[in-house]
Write a protein that binds this ligand. Structure first.
Ligand SMILES: [Fe+2]
Ligand SMILES: [Fe+2]
Length: 478
């Protein structure tokens, strides 16, 4: 069953919004608030129009169209993946039962909370990235930034639709709150830590889209399994858009590494600061930072809340249907990371402990994420290898720079050795970006807004967007 997108409406949608006047009116009254938020908290660089992809349908082919669009006129719409009428709950105590079209009363507050937390991250990243346009290394990159931004805006719409359609007055209030909290705000910050960090330069942007957007991919992946079918279908379609955000991060870091290798070879030195490229140790520090704050987003190693979400059918595992077990996990166990204490000396060390599989689900998801992240490191190291450079990039140890979970109370090196708080104070600048590193990276961030040109610290992309060449007029500035 395909519901085709309705573009004649004020809010494009494939959920037959016109059949529910109350809901339509509620969303139409949220719309100006959203646009006001976009104008005040969205991209600051003035543009005429941008070559953007707009979601127009959810089918396998032709789901999006490309064209130059003035950004405030982007058609943010509500799109749910097609409904599978035979879909059944895939895990937990309701496994095998038909999925839910409505929110069961007993799970109402939990579901609302999950949706609000997901929804909060979407506008947060737009806020974090709002000033980056002013220093874009090329029009191609500028266009990609704006594409990510408008789609995060659409993801906010996706969550707000669920809140309005299924959670009544409370849902509408939460939808308002999503526009009132702001990234980095002292009074009303965004819910999760990584979304209150700033994204002050383009190296941070690529790292963010690689590591932090990838956390989003895994969270959406677990919500896609939900027994609450509208949530599942929303997340399925969001994942489709999310793939582009990952691409921006992956190839962005590719191109930074590529350029660094070129300059290293050209000048036969690793010391490329001052030569207009970003030194590998600085790239490694940025990687260390973004990876470690993204690990925190998966929560503690163990969580009874998450165990309950799973048992209730609200949130599954990554690729649930590919797991070869009973999908209930009531008698399974998992080894999770922990700080273990030596009974005799009282000394703590980094180790593992066995817990019930349900309670360890955060660890399961974080491990899926970590192995995905290894893929990026592998490809960047291939660029180094092919460039004849000996150094390699590495993911830091799981205990490094953590603020959430078992390792929040200790300090460790990227290699996983314990450090005293004092040693950490002394040495953290070896592993995390220092003010000097950040100032240097920022000094490279001179805008290149000329068609076909690119900044000296990054290599051009291998491919343009939608078959267009690199020197295409992706953005018309004012
Ligand atoms: Fe998103
Ligand atoms: Fe994203």
């Amino acid at each position: 069953m395909t519901t085709t997108a309705d573009y004649t409406e004020k809010i494009p949608n494939n959920v037959s919004l016109h059949e529910d006047r109350r809901l339509q009116r509620a969303l139409e009254s949220w719309q100006p608030n959203f646009l006001n938020w976009w104008q005040t908290m969205g991209p600051t660089l003035p543009t005429q129009d941008v070559y953007l992809r707009t979601a127009v349908n959810v089918g396998r082919e032709g789901w999006a169209q490309f064209g130059h669009v003035p950004m405030p006129e982007y058609r943010w719409g509500i799109f749910l993946a097609e409904r599978d009428p035979g879909r059944r709950v895939g895990f937990g105590e309701h496994k095998g039962e038909p999925v839910w079209d409505k929110v069961p009363g007993e799970y109402r507050s939990e579901l609302q909370r999950l949706i609000v937390i997901q929804g909060d991250t979407e506008p947060a990243s737009v806020e974090q990235q709002r000033n980056l346009g002013a220093t874009a290394p090329s029009l191609y990159d500028l266009r990609n930034l704006f594409q990510v931004n408008v789609e995060e805006g659409r993801h906010l719409w996706a969550m707000v639709y669920l809140l309005h359609a299924y959670f009544g007055r409370e849902g509408r209030e939460e939808a308002e709150e999503l526009l009132h909290r702001n990234s980095g705000s002292i009074d009303s910050p965004r819910i999760l830590g990584a979304f209150n960090e700033e994204t002050p330069d383009w190296l941070s942007f690529y790292m963010f889209t690689y590591f932090t957007d990838r956390d989003g991919k895994y969270q959406l992946g677990t919500l896609k399994e939900s027994a609450f079918d509208p949530l599942s279908r929303t997340c399925e379609f969001m994942l489709k858009e999310e793939a582009h955000h990952m691409m921006v991060g992956t190839t962005g870091i590719d191109r930074v590494v590529q350029r660094t290798v070129e300059v290293m070879r050209e000048h036969d030195t690793g010391d490329v600061a001052g030569l207009g490229a970003i030194p590998l140790p600085v790239i490694q520090k940025y990687l260390n930072f973004h990876y470690s704050v993204s690990l925190d987003l998966f929560g503690g190693e163990t969580s009874t809340n998450v165990a309950n979400y799973y048992t209730a059918g609200l949130k599954g595992r990554w690729l649930e249907d590919r797991r070869r077990d009973d999908h209930k996990l009531t008698s399974d166990s998992i080894m999770v990371d922990t700080l273990s204490e030596d009974a005799r000396t009282g000394e703590q060390s980094i180790g593992q402990t066995e817990v019930s599989a349900l309670v360890g689900l955060n660890t399961d998801l974080r491990r899926e994420y970590i192995s995905d992240c290894q893929g990026g490191v592998k490809r960047w190291n291939r660029i180094l290898e092919e460039g004849g450079v000996k150094q390699r990039l590495k993911l830091p140890h799981i205990a490094f720079n953590r603020k959430v979970g078992a390792f929040a109370v200790i300090e460790a090196t990227p290699g996983g050795e314990r450090l005293s708080a004092e040693e950490w104070q002394h040495r953290s600048g070896e592993w995390l970006p220092t003010d000097v590193d950040k100032t240097y990276v920022r000094s490279l961030m001179q805008p290149v807004h000329e068609r076909g040109k690119i900044a000296a610290w990054i290599a051009p992309p291998k491919n343009g967007i939608n078959g267009q060449p690199f020197d295409y007029d992706y953005v018309h500035l004012i």
